[in-house]
Design a protein. Structure first.
Length: 438
């Protein structure tokens, strides 16, 4: 070995050990400094620093010493919130089945979530017990987004009319068994799109939900005098069950006088949960605006993301949240309904907050002021003056989305031959990887 090589090895060793020492000196991997933290579970809405270590929230405090962190990011002027939780999406893509939510009508989650601050989604019933494990293998296990699921009471899931109208394929026991087999992923039972006059889909879903001890989410399908909304929310659903598409107006959510159907107030009193589920066909200003004025606010805000909604009035989770800002809801109330409330509804109380020890799923949001427009399912616009934009998203403490490079160094201050600039301690996008394939 030449002496030059020996010297190079010694120098490399010294540099590496210095790097690992200096890394070890800092107890936090990442520090978000100076942002306005909104953490409704912990009743925080104030300027706070957020320190992250090993993928968890390590500390939230008025001042955290930057020298204690390996990486410091200035987020002053932005809101820092728990990663958003969207409990109504359709993400069982990739089967190749046309006209099916267990196929082409669904989207892959990662392209829609992180850029809107969303870190957890719940698929709303694309798969039933017959195809849930295919969904898991195909999408859930391969996504960076945390994907949970309502299992459809229809064994074949949301594959279109001939499957979804088949009462014989709505079996409580195998549905509950599959839910219990995947307790970590299946957080509820869905019934949707039913066109007949029978109560069977709702009753079987509730039966499965009771067996598996999970809530039911209802898309109440075609309106029928034989099974009125009032009976659904005041008798059929249990406290904790979720009525989605609250502002669709398709099933007497609004009565003749323009008021909210009194049954919804009664259902709310009983503990039934009301969710937005905007989608391509489930949100109208003429329903939502009067309901909000009357005080019938949603418990949770959700998108109903799928190919029919993704480029329509509904844009993404932040767009649906913006619509509630435009109707006068405060930023704090909007964040509550997009984080802690939905996490509680699906009984995932470890999510949707920034408590010490919680998984560090975090959104950094900018509130823009200007002239904006927000469009409903029929193409009607409501003007607004505020809009949320996602600057930065962390999943398990690592950057997965950074719109304006607020975590990044300026290129002209780097060495001429600069390579990957991040570090795996805080960066999931461009961490330095010695053996990275070109
Ligand atoms: Zn849906």
């Amino acid at each position: 070995m030449t002496s030059i090589m020996q010297r190079a090895i010694v120098v490399t060793f010294i540099v590496l050990s210095w790097m690992s020492q200096s890394a070890a000196q800092q107890k936090y991997d990442l520090l978000l400094k100076g942002g306005h933290v909104i953490d409704p579970k912990n009743k925080i809405s104030a300027v706070r620093d957020v320190a992250i270590a090993n993928g968890k929230v390590a500390a939230v405090a008025a001042k955290i010493d930057p020298s204690e962190a390996f990486k410091v990011v200035d987020v002053s002027g932005y809101y820092v919130t728990p990663g958003l939780v969207d409990i109504h999406v359709h993400v069982y893509a990739g089967t190749g089945e046309r006209g099916s939510y267990a196929g082409d009508n669904s989207v892959y989650p990662d392209g829609f979530t992180f850029r809107a601050g969303v870190t957890t989604v719940a698929d709303a019933g694309c798969a039933g017990w017959r195809n849930f494990e295919d969904f898991k293998e195909r999408v859930i296990d391969r996504s960076k987004t945390r994907v949970l699921a309502f299992i459809n009471i229809v064994g074949n899931g949301m594959r279109g009319g001939k499957f979804e109208q088949d009462l014989a394929d709505m079996e409580a026991r195998p549905t509950a068994e599959m839910a219990l087999r995947h307790k970590d992923l299946i957080i509820g039972v869905k019934t949707a799109h039913y066109a007949g006059p029978e109560w069977t889909p709702v009753e079987r879903a509730v039966e499965a939900g009771t067996l598996a001890n999970i809530p039911v989410m209802v898309d109440f399908g075609i309106n029928h005098a034989e099974r009125p909304l009032s009976e659904l929310v005041t008798r059929k659903l249990r406290p904790g069950d979720i009525y989605t598409h609250l502002y669709s107006g398709l099933r007497n959510e609004q009565v003749e006088s323009g008021k909210v159907n009194p049954a919804l107030w009664e259902g709310r009193k009983r503990g039934v949960i009301f969710d937005v589920g905007h989608g391509g066909g489930s949100f109208l200003w003429r329903i939502a605006v009067p309901a909000m004025k009357e005080g019938f606010v949603p418990d949770s805000i959700s998108t109903d993301l799928h190919i029919g909604s993704m480029n329509a009035g509904m844009k993404d989770m932040l767009n649906v949240m913006d619509k509630f800002l435009a109707m006068g809801m405060s930023v704090d109330e909007v964040i509550l309904r997009s984080t802690w409330n939905p996490a509680r509804e699906i009984k995932r109380e470890e999510l949707g907050h920034l408590s010490q020890g919680a998984v560090a799923d975090v959104a950094v949001l900018r509130l823009e002021k200007g002239a904006f427009g927000f469009v409903d399912m029929n193409g009607a616009r409501l003007r607004g003056t505020q809009k949320l934009t996602c600057e930065l998203t962390l999943r398990e403490g690592k950057v997965v989305y950074d719109l304006n490079g607020i975590t990044r160094p300026d290129w002209d201050k780097l060495p001429r031959d600069y390579k990957q600039t991040g570090d795996a301690r805080w960066d999931a996008v461009t961490p330095a990887r010695p053996n990275r394939n070109p």
